[in-house]
Every structure is written in C-alpha cells, then in structure tokens.
Design a protein around this ligand. Structure first.
Ligand code: SF4
Length: 254
C-alpha cells in the first residue's frame, strides 16, 4: 500500500488518527513563535467568534475535510491537505526550527496529537497556539509540544463578551495547565478599548499573578482581516500598560 493510501486508510479508522483539517499554511514565519523560524499550519475550525478575529475564514468546521480528501500530495483547490503539508515539510528538514499549529483552534482537531507526533518524528520542534476551549485535549497534547502561545481573552467570568460563546471556565482550566506544565509559553491578550476596559485589564493582571504567570504580552488590535465594522472604525490606540505593573509580572506591548 502506498504511503498516501495507507494514510487515507488510517484516517478512516478512528477520530484520533483523522488528519487535521488544514485551512492554510504559512511557509515561513518569524513572528508566530518568537525567536524561531517556523512554518505555521492554520487548522480549520473554531468554536468561538471573537469580534477582533482576523482569520474569520478559519472559523467554520468543514465536514468534507474528514479523511477522504487527505490523500492528495499537493494543495487541492487552493487548500492544503494534511498529507500535502507533511510532504512539503519533509523537504524543509534542517531549514526550519519548528512547526506551529495555529487556527482556528488546533485543540478542537481530533487528529492533533497524531499530527504533532508526525511532525516531531520529522525532527521539528512544535509550537501551539490556543485559546484553551478544550482542556482535556490540551492536556493530551501538552507533553508533545515545546512552546505554547496562550490567548487570554478576557476576565474568565466575562469571556463570552469577547469570544461570542461561553468558554471562561475552560480557558481558566487550560491556562492553569499551561502554567503548571513546565512547557515554555507566552500568555497574550489582544486589546481593543471597546472590548476590555483598563479596570478589566487590571483584573486580568491580578488573575495572572495569582495563577503564577511571569509575563504577559498585550497585542495591539489589527484591523486587517477583522469583519467587525464597529471595532475597525474605533481607533484602538495603545494598551494602557501604566497601571498593569505587578510584582513578578513583566508586561510588554506588541
Ligand atoms: S479563538 Fe482565534 S480563531 Fe477563534 S474566533 Fe477567536 S480569534 Fe478567531
């Protein structure tokens, strides 16, 4: 059986071996994992609907991605398959430091652990971007990743105002997992004054200190790709970092 046919067969066996649904591939990035040269796999599908999302095309889950299409070795109809990404990565060994799984939301992919394992077998280090909506899935993949970029979106009790869906308690559990895992990580928050007040940012800083975080990155809102006209029309300005300093917490703006 050819490798492609073998993978196709495996993809139909169990959800755990189903390939990740690929919404896009950034072949070269210096920003998705600070300090590393990476390729970034954008997983298709997310359960949240953040108003500032600049990848809205990655929100829907596509039923057609569940296995059968993944035997292709080249981008199909302008979209990458997981098999095509793997084939492309085989030729990049020694040229990239690692591979980042981003989204969408990677931890909602049933095949994430298998995909991360395949990437590690090729010799790449692995980074993960997550908002933490699925703590059990995050717990399963954490031992296999080298770095996590964790999106801390809002005070946990008020998550849905930013994410458009419930998720604060899941995110709280996931943040705790990341901070206690010993895995290198970055906690970051995208800030827009229409979504997070300075008072809420202060509460988030207190939450991070209590949870044991050592650093926090505030990301400037980017209008590019955002479909929320109200957010785009309101100048975001600079995050108000002056009152966020806490002992042991380094706050930076990016
Ligand atoms: S969690 Fe990320 S991908 Fe999902 S809607 Fe929010 S910003 Fe977009």
């Amino acid at each position: 059986m050819s490798e492609a046919a073998s993978e196709k067969s495996a993809a139909r066996d169990t959800p755990e071996t189903r390939p990740v649904s690929v919404g896009g591939l950034e072949r070269f990035s210096l920003v998705d994992w600070p300090g590393c040269i990476v390729a970034t796999v954008f997983c298709q599908g997310c359960g949240w609907r953040c108003r500032y999302c600049h990848n809205p095309d990655l929100m829907p889950f596509l039923a057609a991605d569940c296995g059968a299409r993944d035997a292709g070795e080249a981008p199909d109809s302008g979209r990458w398959t997981w098999a095509a990404v793997r084939a492309w990565l085989r030729d990049r060994r020694g040229l990239l430091d690692g591979v980042v799984f981003s989204g969408g939301e990677p931890t909602l992919q049933a095949g994430l652990v298998a995909a991360v394992g395949q990437v590690r077998e090729m010799g790449f280090r692995v980074g993960l971007h997550t908002g933490g909506p699925a703590p059990a899935a995050l717990r399963a993949v954490l031992p296999l990743v080298d770095w996590v970029g964790f999106d801390f979106k809002a005070p946990f009790a008020d998550y849905s105002r930013v994410t458009g869906r419930p998720g604060g308690e899941a995110a709280r559990a996931s943040l705790t997992l990341v901070l206690r895992s010993g895995v290198d990580h970055e906690v970051r928050t995208t800030w827009h004054p229409a979504l997070l007040s300075e008072c809420e940012l202060r509460a988030m800083a207190d939450t991070l200190v209590a949870a044991g975080a050592r650093a926090w990155v505030l990301q400037r809102f980017r209008a590019e790709g955002c479909v929320d006209a109200a957010l785009r029309s309101e100048p975001a300005g600079e995050p108000p970092v002056e009152h966020l300093a806490r002992a042991g917490l380094v706050v930076t703006v990016r």
